[in-house]
Ligand binder design. Structure first.
Ligand code: NDP
Length: 480
């Protein structure tokens, strides 16, 4: 049995109180390992290690810091197969997806911020004839990074890399549901020469170790990605502590498909945007609005593709759709499908758990599900389901499409599918989302701001936005 350890002060350690949680493989429903359920005392150890490491890390020449981050990226690349397999076993995603997307992007995160730290500059404001101001951007100190289960190593490193690049020491917690690749990151950091105590990785539940990280007085900033309800609870707790807080939360992302789109390509891409990673990407499209003249044809094309996408053992190289991450989550997604039926929704395809043969007989598989006939105010169109479930609605003009898309408490990402340039620009301006993709989805340039508005979060990650979050700015005014 695979028993994971925390990574504190540059070495692997058991949790102080020897409490563990089961690691379950979603494809089989079987326990395959144990993960520490750390607590306040483990956080204390990690904070002490980080505090000792901080002066050396902050004083290190930028070039040397960048070299270490780059070496971590190379370490991730050199373990591509091992990490991809671990991600697939933990999360249920097809191993081919982990190999093509999750792990390479985790390496890219470190490469990108290895470069970014040497390009990050600050401003100067001249008061001509009187004074000069310049802005210092200084590392915060010890920061906390908490990430979810859907893109485990990818999102974990998306926070850790800029936090380290900016000169902070980090206490990081992956999701208890998918801890394995985060655990492997410790040995990669050791081999890359990261000084001990600079990155400390603690495992365990949100209620136990997550909360202890958020509330520790010496941890001065929290970067959190996860559900909106968790984000709200953390924000409520942390407000009186005046910590810096970045929240990347849930979404209910609209796709607006216009009659003038490139039909075949749009079908292909909207389908991928709906069902990639079993629909468990915060950026996945879940509300699909289709202009009426092509509604029936587009709907049929999506249904045909969904019928052909059969969940398979994620370990199989041919698998294009794996398992839902956990039994609890599968039940949640299924309950939304039942709710959709009770709200008058018509299930066009899917809607049921799939039972595979062999080693996956007890796994958590779900058919891709497409629903129509639900009004925009139906709960299944307003609440985040975070699974392979989409709804279809028709619209008649741009204004109606925009109203439907913006009729949501969330505001993470939208996609527009049209060949009308003026419409694309105009709607991009008017959509209440932090990200708009036009005729594409998940095309990422790591320099761009990433994040959502309203219930999708506060603050932006990516590029210098992340470097700004992980630094304190200080103005120095010099009178002459
Ligand atoms: P959760 O909010 O349940 O958990 C996210 C992380 O927070 C986990 O590591 C969790 O620990 C931890 N946590 C839970 N409670 C607390 C607490 N009180 N204090 C500190 N940490 C806590 O989200 P999920 O893991 O279920 O992830 C899915 C959600 O993440 C979806 O809503 C999705 O939209 C969102 N998401 C947003 C993204 C974005 O960029 N906007 C990107 C990806 C996902 P544990 O689970 O181990 O107990």
């Amino acid at each position: 049995m695979d028993i994971l350890q925390n990574f504190i002060d540059g070495r692997y350690q058991d949790p102080i109180h020897k409490n563990y949680l089961d690691n379950i493989e979603p494809a089989t429903g079987l326990v395959y390992g144990k993960t520490p359920n750390s607590c306040q005392d483990d956080v204390e150890l990690a904070v002490n290690a980080a505090q000792k490491a901080l002066p050396q890390w902050q004083a290190m020449p930028l070039e040397q810091r960048a070299d270490i981050l780059y070496a971590i990226a190379q370490g991730i690349e050199s373990k591509l197969d091992e990490l991809a397999l671990a991600e697939s076993v933990d999360n249920g995603k097809p191993v081919s997806l982990a190999k093509a997307v999750d792990i390479p992007r985790a390496a890219s995160n470190f490469k990108f911020f290895a470069h970014a730290c040497s390009q990050f500059a600050s401003e100067s404001h001249s008061m001509t004839g009187t004074a000069t101001n310049y802005t210092l951007r200084q590392a915060i100190g010890i920061v906390g990074c908490i990430s979810p289960w859907n893109l485990p190593l990818y999102l974990f490193t998306w926070k850790i890399a800029p936090a380290l690049a900016a000169g902070n020491c980090v206490i990081a917690k992956p999701s208890e549901v998918t801890p394995k690749t985060a655990a492997l990151l410790g040995e990669i950091c050791q081999a890359a020469g990261l000084p001990k105590g600079v990155l400390n990785i603690l495992h365990g539940s949100g209620a136990s170790v997550g909360s202890a990280i958020c509330n520790h007085k010496k941890i001065k900033a929290i970067s959190f990605t996860g559900g909106t309800a968790t984000g709200a609870a953390i924000a409520t707790q942390l407000a009186p502590q005046f910590k810096k807080l970045s929240l990347e939360l849930g979404g209910k992302n609209p796709a607006l498909v216009f009659a003038d789109c490139d039909f075949d390509d749009t079908v292909e891409q909207v389908f991928r945007a709906s069902f990639a990673n079993q629909g468990q990407i915060c950026l996945c499209a879940s509300r699909i609005y289709i202009e009426r003249p092509i509604f029936e044809k587009f709907k049929q094309a999506l249904v045909v593709k969904a019928q052909a996408l059969i969940p398979q053992d994620p370990a199989s190289p041919s698998s294009k759709m794996g398992a839902i991450v956990s039994k609890v989550h599968l039940d949640k997604v299924l309950s939304y499908i039942e709710l959709a039926k009770s709200e008058g929704g018509k299930i066009l395809v899917g809607g049921a758990q799939v039972n595979l043969a062999g080693r996956c007989a007890n796994g958590y598989f779900l058919q891709p599900t497409i629903i129509e006939n639900l009004p925009n105010q139906a709960q299944c169109n307003q609440q985040e389901i975070f699974g392979p479930v989409i709804t279809l609605q028709a619209f008649d003009n741009d204004e109606e499409a925009l109203t439907l898309a913006n009729d949501s408490q969330y505001g993470l990402a939208a996609t527009l599918w049209t060949n009308n340039l003026a419409r694309a620009h105009k709607l991009s301006e008017q959509l209440n989302t932090g990200i708009v993709w036009v005729n594409c989805w998940l095309l990422r340039d790591l320099r761009t701001p990433f994040g959502g508005m309203n219930h999708s979060g506060v603050g932006r990650e990516g590029g210098f936005e992340a470097m700004r979050f992980f630094t304190e700015s200080k103005n120095v005014c010099i009178k002459y």
